[in-house]
Design a protein around this ligand. Structure first.
Ligand code: IVH
Length: 664
């Protein structure tokens, strides 16, 4: 063999081994510098002889091209989800049920972390990673192979022989990497990511793998979905050992047949979870024997052999130093607790909501109190209780201000409402700013790089007085702001330009019409197809729509009749914002025209005949058996052999919900 071919093989093996030592065993054997030299040498040979590049080469972790959209991927084994339990009693009940279903009095379990990331499936053929896909609806996900390859502790090549192996796990972003990423985003004026889970999911769904590669993603693998050409282990804990031998970072389980020990273990892991460098939101308890798992089987979408124990929201005590009030977009004034900073659920909290004046009275909360605060997942932290035993007489009663802290207008409390409002609406700077923040938010016009801080700056510099002004900003104006560089200004202008084409539903939502959330906005967009038509629709017609009640209809009519709003919409239109959507019917017909559908199982929301007629009325064909010519198989309850045939032929499988989405 030619020297460089031999050397290339040697380099690949060395780098795989060093990756394994570093990322999986956490036991690096060489310096970063020595590793870089090996990588450089490999790249040089591959550059000179591109025909030698193989899919499992370490260079291929970032070699993927950007794509326009991800192809769909049908899972060979559906990726189901778990039933939740929240307390000790639920776990004991699970244990009793498993034993009684199996007719035995002793069952061994494997207890693992429930990783709060993004569920993925990996397929290897002859030891080489060929596909990485998201879970999707459990049956069909997205093929995100190029992004999965950037996850450094997912092997591109298995260590032991296996013809086909498919495994399931969770991709996550270590907490430290998440914080680093957000720091950079903050410096660049980009919107911050809410939590590591969203960051991981967003990274895996990046169309350009280079971005995913920058994110330092990791994966923990916990299930073997399919194995051919190697012996399948007989228990979950052996599966995890086998996964480790194959080169994965796998869950490390507690194996026990003692439910008391399992309950204790789950509780203690919950208390210690913040010592880990990634987020877990619970524990998963699985029957260890795979033979038992098979006997227990599934119920609807959940296995009978496993359950998730979700951690209760975390509570901590801290001092309530002061209570400030904050004016929201709709004028509601909310009391906010200013706390001595305290660490809870993985982040430092110094503010928490107190909801409204009544809440403070009911709970008898005083400034200076020691309070118990609670935080669960992404929820805003809240003060839930006062520890009255800690009172020393220095606590002060909170008096709700009589005037708006932003514009000084006397506050009002409407009959029957808990909320106190500033009635100054468009003249209250706080409400205007909050309205603009809402306008550009992710579910609204989704303007990247325009956070509250920049909006505040623009508003104070009097460069904007409402959201429409954003579209008339010049680069020079942006550059006049403090800490705004060339690049950020260009990016912001680009994001604004891009937002002009957002969907009609997003535009309607972004207007911030009282009572019009995303769902109502979608209904209005679908029904009317343009702002023009919607704005001219009288109350009677609006209220006749199924999902629109009298209050919403009134709010919508009020909004569009106000002259000021008409003026605002005119300026949006003049700036080039798309104010209508192409006809829904056309888009729908495109999805159905010429396509062959097969229905299997029972649909819960419509008769099969009605579904067939609907397909045909939209230009599709409803067939009775699955063949290569079938485009979609729609599965209802108790789907039979047609589903298997579809999976065999790689035909797109639609759940009832997805089918209804296509129709609507
Ligand atoms: S087992 C058929 N084990 O939690 C059961 N799931 O609904 C397969 N998850 O979306 C799931 N860590 O992505 C299992 N150690 C673990 C897990 C885990 C996280 C996720 C999984 C699923 C959700 C449960």
């Amino acid at each position: 063999m030619v020297d460089y071919i031999e050397r290339l093989e040697e380099l690949k093996k060395l780098i795989w081994e060093h990756d394994y030592n570093y990322y999986v065993l956490d036991d690096p054997q060489i310096s970063d510098y020595a590793y870089d030299l090996l990588m450089q040498e490999l790249l040089e040979i591959e550059n000179a002889h591109p025909e030698l590049i193989t899919a499992d080469s370490p260079s291929q972790r970032v070699g993927g091209k950007a794509v326009d959209e991800f192809p769909s991927f049908t899972h060979r084994t559906p990726l189901l989800s778990l039933g939740n339990s929240y307390g000790e009693e639920d776990l004991r009940e699970f244990d009793r049920r498993v034993k009684s279903d199996l007719g035995v009095d002793k069952v061994e379990y494997a207890v693992e972390y429930k990783i709060d990331g993004l569920s993925i499936a990996l397929s290897y053929q002859n030891g080489i990673l060929v596909t990485g896909a998201t879970r999707g609806d459990g049956y069909v996900g997205e093929d995100v192979t190029n992004n999965i390859k950037t996850v450094k502790n997912i092997p591109l090549k298995l260590r032991l022989p296996a013809e086909i192996m498919e495994a399931r796990g969770e991709v996550y972003l270590p907490r430290a990497s998440f914080e680093r990423l957000n720091k950079i985003r903050e410096e660049n004026g980009e919107p911050l990511l809410a939590n590591p889970r969203n960051a991981a999911a967003g990274s895996i769904r990046q169309l350009d793998p280079k971005i995913a590669a920058e994110r330092d993603l990791r994966a923990i693998i916990y299930n073997i979905l399919y194995l051919e050409g190697a012996e399948m282990p007989s228990t979950q804990s052996e599966c995890l050992n086998y996964l480790k031998e194959q080169g994965f970072t796998a869950s490390a389980p507690l194996v026990s047949d003692d439910i008391d020990e399992i309950v204790e273990y789950c509780k203690s892991q919950g208390e210690k979870r913040h010592e880990l460098d990634y987020d877990i939101d619970g524990m998963v308890i699985k029957v260890n024997s795979l033979a038992y798992q098979e006997r227990l089987g599934f119920r609807a979408k959940n296995p009978r052999w496993a359950i998730a124990y979700k951690f209760p929201p975390e509570q901590v005590k801290t001092k309530l130093e002061d209570i400030l009030v904050q004016v929201g977009r709709t004028g509601v004034v909310t009391p906010v607790a200013q706390l001595t900073p305290v660490s809870v659920a993985g982040s430092v909290v110094s503010r928490a909501t107190l909801h409204n004046e009544d809440y403070i009275k009911q709970k008898d909360i005083k400034i200076g109190d020691t309070v118990i605060i609670e935080k669960a997942g992404e929820v805003i932290p809240a003060v839930v209780e006062v520890d009255k035993s800690k009172r020393n007489g220095c606590e002060r009663e909170f008096v709700f201000p009589e005037n708006c802290p932003e514009c000084g207008t006397p506050l009002v409390r409407l009959e029957g409402e808990a909320a106190i409002r500033c009635p100054n609406n468009i003249h209250c700077p706080a409400q205007v700013r909050e309205g603009i923040i809402h306008f550009v938010s992710r579910d609204g016009m989704n303007v990247d790089g325009l956070g509250p801080a920049v909006i505040n700056q623009l508003y104070h510099a009097q460069l904007i007085k409402d959201a429409a002004d954003l579209y008339y900003l010049t680069k020079e104006q942006l550059l006049s702001l403090e800490r705004m560089g060339e690049k950020s200004a260009d990016n912001l202008l680009k994001s604004l330009e891009k937002s002009k084409n957002c969907s009609l539903a997003a535009l309607i939502f972004s207007l911030g019409i009282p009572l019009v959330g995303l769902t109502v906005a979608k209904t209005l967009a679908k029904t009317f197809g343009s702002i023009d038509k919607l704005s001219k629709t009288p109350y009677e017609e609006l209220v006749a729509i199924d999902a629109i009640g009298a209050k919403i209809a009134q709010s919508v009519t009020d909004y569009f009749t106000a002259e000021r709003n008409q003026e605002f919409l005119k300026r949006l239109k003049l700036a080039g914002i798309k104010m209508e959507e192409e006809s829904q019917e056309i888009a729908k017909n495109e999805a159905f025209a010429g396509k062959t559908f097969v229905l299997t199982g029972t649909l819960s929301t419509m008769e099969r005949k009605a579904a067939q007629e609907k397909i045909e009325s939209l230009g599709g064909k409803a067939a009775s058996s699955v063949s290569k010519k079938t485009d979609y198989v729609v599965v209802g309850e108790n789907a039979g052999s047609k589903l298997n045939k579809a999976l065999e032929l790689g035909i797109t499988v639609l759940s009832e919900e997805e089918f209804l989405n296509m129709l609507s």
